[in-house]
Design a protein around this ligand. Structure first.
Ligand code: SF4
Ligand code: SF4
Length: 437
């Protein structure tokens, strides 16, 4: 794609970066067919190619972003399916970051939108506050119709069953390996996940300890900044990133750590980009780059270590839902299936596995209509599979797809159970599991 930035514009690092990305796009349009928003609306401005075009015009103009550009950029899920498809290696993720940052700096959203985003950025990363908000949402659910669309979407997105808050991450702690220690890792305890499904961190620690891994958790490193990043609050996202980097700086600088484990793939994509996000930070750039190089999805780590052995062999058919942040954001497609196959379960994959389920961070709250259409499309495809249960590696997808015909759990919960851990609560009624005990 041709660009016409002036020499003055070219002095800005973000313009140089955008220019390099834009020039790689050859307008071939292959990405449109795999873009969920284009598939739903059929509007070129809701496709990667259309958005790239609009961002180019916006950045070249140096004028405030138009309502049209801002509207269609907001509708992008940042699912990164376009990056998997693109044969020219266009770095849509970083271009969209530059584009959104430009919109953030040059326009002012309507008051109701600003208030909603402010509320989300204050509540979601604070585990205790988020847990209270979920409880309030459950009480409000029968009256959800009376609320404005976005608040209604937020109320309806509360999980069906509320659980006790996950205590892992509330204090600094090391969870020692069973037997001899073979390696040491940090676990990102996370934020929203701890309030929605407290069992995921426990299952992760159990499985790691079982294969000889010490697991370190730091209280200060909870929210990785991905939620604020999705809400288009760059300052809040940068503050969260810096807090996490500082919290881990001791372990990182002492080179005591073999990996940083993430069990929410949206956070994994974020951590793997810390080096880029803090590249200009004189104090933290090196530590951030180290974190990116150590960050590892739990399935990636378990598949690489090859140390896990499965002691339970129930006769199960498992539907695998691949989260976008895992398959597109981190290009991890093989490891989860490899582990499930090694565990001896039968794997079923739905139609259109590359298309997003509409969860995408806070997309289901900010863009409830498109999110709902994507959710129903995904549920239809999942429900065509005749499976005993579904697994995924991202709490957002698990919560979004909780209405599927078969129960959902996190893949690490199933792997933990099959290698000797307790039955995951959401699937404990399955007769195959009872007979395997
Ligand atoms: S990130 Fe996803 S929604 Fe956005 S343009 Fe790319 S494929 Fe479409
Ligand atoms: S597939 Fe890549 S090169 Fe082709 S239009 Fe999309 S972003 Fe541009």
């Amino acid at each position: 794609m041709q660009t016409r930035f002036t020499e003055e514009q070219y002095k800005r690092p973000e313009i140089r970066e955008a220019d390099e990305i834009l020039r790689k796009c050859v307008h071939c349009g292959f990405c449109t067919a795999t873009c969920p928003t284009y598939v739903i609306t059929g509007d070129e401005r809701d496709s990667p190619r259309g958005r790239i075009w609009m961002m180019r015009d916006m950045l070249e103009s140096d004028a405030p972003a138009s309502q049209e550009t801002s509207f269609h950029l907001d509708r992008c899920l940042t699912c990164l399916s376009c990056m998997t498809t693109c044969p020219s290696g266009v770095d849509y993720m970083h271009l969209a970051e530059i584009g959104r940052d430009y919109v953030h700096k040059t326009t002012r959203r309507p008051l109701s939108d600003r208030l909603l985003r402010m509320m989300l950025v204050k509540i979601l990363p604070r585990v205790g506050l988020f847990s209270l908000a979920l409880r309030a949402s459950k009480i409000a659910q029968p009256f959800a119709r009376l609320f404005p669309t976005s608040i209604r979407a937020m109320i309806r997105s509360a999980p069906k069953k509320l659980k006790k808050l996950d205590p892992i991450g509330s204090t600094d702690m090391t969870y020692p390996a069973e037997g001899k220690t073979h390696s040491r890792v940090i676990l990102l305890s996370g934020c929203a996940q701890r309030a929605i499904e407290p069992e995921i961190n426990s299952a992760t620690i159990r499985i790691l300890n079982r294969i000889g891994v010490d697991v370190i958790v730091r209280k200060q490193a909870s929210c990785c900044g991905a939620l604020a990043h999705h809400i288009d609050e760059p300052e809040a996202a940068q503050n969260a990133v810096r807090e996490v980097v500082r919290a881990w700086s001791h372990e990182i600088s002492d080179k005591q750590i073999d990996a940083i484990i993430v069990n929410t793939s949206g956070c994994g994509t974020m951590l793997k980009d810390y080096g880029h996000l803090l590249k200009d930070d004189a104090e933290l750039a090196n530590a951030a780059a180290t974190i990116s190089s150590l960050a590892c999805d739990i399935t990636e780590f378990l598949a690489d270590s090859n140390a896990i052995s499965f002691t339970r062999k129930p006769n199960l058919i498992v539907g695998y839902h691949s989260a976008c942040s895992l398959q597109h954001g981190q290009q991890i497609t093989h490891a989860p299936k490899l582990l499930l196959a090694k565990a001896g379960v039968e794997i079923a994959i739905p139609k259109d596995p590359h298309l997003c389920c509409g969860s995408a961070g806070v997309y289901s709250i900010l863009q409830p209509e498109l999110s709902s259409q994507l959710k129903h499309r995904k549920l239809e495809n999942l429900n065509k599979l005749e499976v005993d249960l579904f697994v995924a590696g991202n709490i957002g997808c698990i919560n979004q797809l909780a209405d599927a015909d078969a129960p959902f759990c996190h893949i690490v919960q199933l792997l933990d159970y099959l290698s000797g851990g307790p039955v995951p609560p959401s699937i404990q009624a399955l007769p195959q599991l009872l007979s395997a005990e």
